[in-house]
Design a protein around this ligand. Sequence first.
Ligand code: NDP
Length: 328
Amino acid sequence: MGTFRAIRIDKAEKGTTAALTQFDEAELMEGDVTVAVEWSTLNYKDGLALTGKAPVVRRFPMIAGIDFAGTVAQSSHPKWKVGDKVVCNGWGMGETHLGAYAEKARVKGDWLVRLPADISTREAMAIGTAGYTAMLSVLALEKHGLTPRSGPVVVTGAAGGVGSVAIAVLSKLGYHVIASTGRVSESDYLKGLGAAEVIDRAELSGPAKPLAKERWAGGVDSVGSTTLANILSMTRYGGAIAACGLAAGMDLPSSVAPFILRGVCLLGIDSVMCPLERRELAWSRLASDLNKAKLAEITHEIGLDQLIGAAAQILAGQVRGRIVVKIT
Ligand code: NDP
């Protein structure tokens, strides 16, 4: 047994510390598959864990990082053999189970998804938990019955990771996408991804009326709080909003009016404990419904040594699109 590079989080007198260090393989947690991690990514939740701004980490020491893609190095799980390409999102990695910012990860084989043949490990992490959550949101809207003929869809937090992938996927599927952003200067970027219209998020951030003028048939919201309340009040009769994030806050200052007077549905999206079958569907749909050239355009690469600095940027809403982290 040796050591490997990892971003380790420890409890400090006040809060937590994060540092790039050598981690002892003997300290890896239980699991029937060991993966040589090739790529990870920076998600909003990783930013919270690395900075200690929210109590994401619930075990110390912890290796941060909620998702990885790599190659199976050892396996006693019947489904996996050495050399298989896999992706892993959530399941408590970086929270209760040692996570992804490390050259090695040991996890349960039941947590892993086989990478679709045409998605590389780097592309899988360019998508990352943010992109996979965007796809879970699209799947939920489709299950509700939404189609491009239903009407426009709104995507909030548009220039962020979830928002960018949601726009790219929805536009490829033929939807008229309205992107809501605080960075109107990024309009060209958002239109390049496929947004038909770009609106200033200030339009959606004041106190919400119980009902407002109907503007869209559905939406993907990664912002929460008054933004979610506003988009619900502006959703057409019978429409649905997939709520997956809390970039502006965890509260929801809304009323029941959209639900009981317009039959609007609020669809909850969780990527962490999502069942395997739905994950596999999401990854196979990402392989077919996400334009790889667009994915490349929204992706920015950093090394493990740049991660801690980037964590503050994602919390400040300064990251555009997706950040992939080269591990090995
Ligand atoms: P990013 O930081 O990449 O994107 C968030 C975007 O939200 C920002 O780029 C910004 O977009 C917008 N935003 C930030 N702060 C505010 C604010 N105060 N008011 C309004 N808009 C704001 O994060 P991700 O895309 O990775 O994640 C987005 C959210 O989704 C997070 O809350 C995250 O925790 C959640 N999430 C949930 C998952 C689940 O399982 N449910 C899985 C993955 C993510 P712009 O500049 O365009 O306005």
